[in-house]
Design a protein around this ligand. Structure first.
Ligand code: PLP
Length: 378
């Protein structure tokens, strides 16, 4: 019998939790449209509003400030394309000049190709002085900074960034996609004007996410997806009720995750990497990082080939952002950190989840060890 596969690519997407699958199928059994006024419609609406509360609780927000989207990419595009509203004290011009940290996800730069790029240091941490200077020079802006990086797991100083952005009269959008289920998230403590989240990164279904605003005044300038007025006009079209139900089940489960247990496993894995080679490079090692992520390069090993050889050995890892997988090349994140030459053949990302076992990490270290031995012989 072949060994079970080791899935170590949780930052790309996660296995859907059994509780989320059950919630999805229960919601699929409901007939009503949440906008209908009859009993069937009201039952669907009640499920949706209960789910909204669970999702709000995940990031310590108020339910009325949660708006469902088809995922993070849609939320990011909605906000960066249209800007935030006038009622939050910002005029459209102030939120159509976009600044974004150099290590943002590709969705940010695809939605705002003209964005000014805020540099990061060699650990991947946002250069706050550069942000302050860019705001002083160009005036208020809509600033996009991720809470945690999808490749390195590096956590950004969001509260400090928020203070600078607000002092300059701008707004802060935080891509918090990688955070739930890996660290606590509190929109108020972060100081973000809007958070972007997506269910499939923490055990929910793919294709459902949310824009979560900090208060009742901050909203989209106008809806990006326009139709029947749903979601109080912010995101129109009949809601994905089954996805929303699965999202809420995952949000409830995220509160139970033992972050420290993941950190112990990840740190043990990195100790194993150092035993394989003292030349290993681990990106962002000196920075605050998510407890589940390791982005590394082993001397002589080409990241793209490691992904394929590991896959053949039953271990799923990635060579960076899954959204750009298939495109093998230097990691933009490492390049932005000025660390490109520490990983000339690319870097490999191992990302764990709450159900990752020591056995899976051992399987990963074994395949890497065999790959190193083969490479040294060649
Ligand atoms: N932002 C980050 C940091 C991500 O890791 C991802 C997914 O890889 C996205 C945004 C896009 O999320 P979605 O797949 O929900 O569109």
């Amino acid at each position: 019998m072949s060994a079970p596969r080791a899935y170590l690519d949780w930052n790309a997407t996660t296995p859907v939790l059994p509780a989320a699958i059950a919630a999805v199928s229960e919601a699929l059994a409901l007939t009503g449209n949440p906008s209908s006024i009859h009993a069937e419609g009201r039952a669907a609406r009640a499920l949706m509003e209960a789910a909204r509360k669970d999702i709000a609780r995940l990031v310590q927000a108020s339910p009325e400030n949660v708006f469902f989207t088809s995922g993070a990419t849609e939320g990011i595009n909605s906000i960066l394309t249209l800007g935030l509203c006038a009622t939050c004290g910002l005029d459209r011009a102030q939120t159509t000049r976009v600044l974004a940290s150099a290590t943002e996800h590709s969705a940010i730069f695809a939605a705002a190709p003209e964005a000014g790029v805020i540099p990061v240091d060699s650990n991947g941490i946002l250069d706050l002085a550069a942000l302050e200077a860019m705001l002083a020079e160009g005036g208020p802006a809509l600033v996009a900074v991720q809470l945690a990086n999808n490749e390195t797991g590096v956590i950004q100083p969001i509260a400090e960034a928020a203070r600078l952005v607000h002092a300059a009269g701008g707004a802060l959008m935080v891509d918090a996609v990688q955070a739930p289920g890996k660290m606590a998230v509190d929109i108020g403590a972060l100081g973000a004007d809007v958070l972007i989240i997506t269910a499939h990164k923490f055990g929910g279904p793919k294709g459902i996410g949310a824009m979560v605003f900090a208060n009742g005044e901050t909203r989209l300038e106008r809806a990006f997806i326009r139709g029947g007025g749903q979601e109080r006009g912010q995101r129109q079209g009949t809601e994905n009720l089954s996805g929303i139900a699965g999202f809420a089940a995952a949000a409830r489960a995220a509160a139970e995750v033992d972050f420290e247990a993941m950190r112990i496993l990840r740190n043990g894995f990195e100790a194993g990497l150092r035993q394989l080679s003292n030349g290993v490079f681990i990106a962002g090692e000196a920075a605050p990082r998510l407890p589940n992520t390791s982005f590394f390069a082993l001397p002589g090993l080409e990241a793209g080939k490691v992904v394929i050889a590991s896959d053949l050995d039953g271990v799923a890892v990635s060579s960076g952002s899954a959204c750009s997988s298939g495109k093998v090349g230097a990691s933009k994140v490492l390049t932005a950190m000025g660390q490109g030459e520490r990983a000339p053949k690319g870097a490999v990302r191992v990302s764990l989840g709450p159900r990752t076992t020591q056995g899976e990490l051992d399987a990963c270290l074994s395949t890497l060890s065999r790959q190193l031995a083969r490479n040294n012989k060649a």
